[in-house]
Ligand binder design. Structure first.
Ligand SMILES: C[S@@+](CC[C@H](N)C(=O)[O-])C[C@H]1O[C@@H](n2cnc3c(N)ncnc32)[C@H](O)[C@@H]1O
Length: 403
């Protein structure tokens, strides 16, 4: 058991792809986090620092973990400067550290985000210079301390980024093909699918293997952050005691990883995609079974199971609706399977809706793959051996922000 660091409770905001806030909230609760509420673009929670470190290590869906440093009403740049300068920056960085400040603004006294980040940066470096005689420098690419200011109306919230690199960077995906899904979105898709982590899972259009690899890690309880470092480890307040506690936490999570997991099949028509997927699987120490195959010739390999996939769309796809119709026919022949499709084109939905054998089990759910609006479509293919079995309802996460 990890020893408890006696430190005050802080407030945090974990960001997530739009449309995945509800499944992030469920995931955080499972991790044991006291969730305050899901919001547009993320989830608020509170707790001691070790809770936030746990989220960095264990969340598959969260993208960045921000700690709230201060909040206040500001009417201009000078008031913002004063608000930021009053913070004890010497706790988090010294003149030897580097920093970067990002900003966003909505309906506030200015929409000039560069001005806002500059005022905050000035406040930090002026305070450190006054106390230590020299100032930290700015590094926009790889700073030790990354700050973020959000101005909503004239309410300013200043955060420090605990994650460092975005949490979708698990470390295993060194190779990718065209249009890879972010690991965090693949993890959200798996949770939306209702997969029980026991039956076989298939991705017949696997690309660089992200869905299959995320499924394998989730099923075997392999924490996604085990093989990477985090921003908070570079902050001045992360001393020996904190490093020891983090080490214990990592050991606890390593101890949970199971060697055995459900069978996971992944295939793609493109040998270059499969080569990338193989490399990534090696990095992830994964047991996914890869194969070069055309989804238009797919047949079931098990009596039941889950298919979770992200078909090609856009300019790179030859055939459009005709391709999707053949694909949909094959997917509808996967008797006894649940089917979850991340559809980046309305034609995918059109083709699937044309298949009589497919039973819709949840309303289409909107998510954003970067700027691309997609729909998560969920069906069940009745098992012919047992006749027309009843539709199995799954959790509906359509109303993300309400709960
Ligand atoms: C949107 S990408 C999937 C990306 C993947 N989720 C990832 O994270 O890398 C769609 C994939 O479908 C594959 N594909 C296209 N036509 C196919 C077919 N007929 N059979 C199997 N795979 C196909 C493409 O090669 C591509 O890798």
């Amino acid at each position: 058991m990890v020893s408890v660091l006696v430190q005050q409770s802080m407030r945090y905001f974990v960001t997530a792809a739009k449309g995945t806030e509800g499944v992030l909230r469920d995931e955080l609760r499972e991790i044991g986090v006291r969730v305050l509420r899901a919001d547009r673009g993320g989830v608020h929670f509170d707790g001691p620092p070790v809770t936030a470190w746990r989220v960095c290590l264990e969340s598959r869906i969260g993208v960045r973990v921000y700690e709230v440093l201060c909040e206040g009403e500001v009417r201009d740049g000078n008031e913002l400067y004063t608000l930021a300068r009053d913070l004890p920056w010497e706790r988090w960085l010294s003149p030897r550290h580097t920093l970067a400040v990002g900003a966003s603004a909505r309906d506030g006294f200015t929409s000039h985000t560069q001005f806002l980040s500059q005022r905050c940066k000035d406040a930090v470096v002026d305070r450190i210079r006054d106390r230590a005689g020299s100032r930290p420098s700015v590094d926009l690419r790889d700073p030790d301390l990354r700050l973020f200011l959000h101005l909503q109306r004239n309410h300013a919230t200043l955060y420090r980024d605990l994650s460092g690199d975005s949490l979708h960077r698990r470390g295993y995906r060194t190779h990718s093909t065209e249009a890879p899904l972010k690991e965090t979105l693949a993890a959200a898709l798996l949770r939306l699918s209702g997969w029980d982590r026991r039956v076989a899972l298939t991705d017949p259009m696997c690309g660089s293997g992200t869905i299959a690899l995320e499924a394998d890690q989730w099923a075997r309880d392999m924490a996604p952050g085990l093989d990477r470092g985090f921003g908070f480890e570079r902050h001045l307040d992360h001393g020996d005691v904190a490093a020891h506690t983090l080490g214990e936490l990592r050991r606890e999570l390593r101890g949970r990883v199971r060697d055995e997991g459900p069978v996971i099949f992944a295939s793609d028509i493109d040998p270059r995609a499969l080569a990338a997927a193989h490399e990534n699987a090696r990095n992830a120490r994964s047991m996914v079974r890869f194969e070069e195959a055309d989804v238009r010739l797919m047949t079931p390999r098990a009596f039941d199971g889950a298919v979770v996939t992200n078909p090609p769309y856009g300019e790179r796809l030859d055939g459009g609706l005709a391709f999707y119709r053949v694909m949909a026919r094959r997917l509808a022949a996967m008797a006894g399977h649940t089917l979850t499709v991340l559809a980046g084109s309305p034609e995918i939905e059109q083709a699937l809706e044309g298949e009589q054998a497919l039973r819709s089990v949840a309303r289409p759910h909107q998510v954003f793959n970067g700027p691309i609006e997609c729909r998560v479509l969920r069906y069940r293919v009745p098992n012919r051996l047992h006749g027309d079995d009843p539709v199995v309802p799954t959790d509906d996460h359509s109303d993300e922000r309400a709960r």
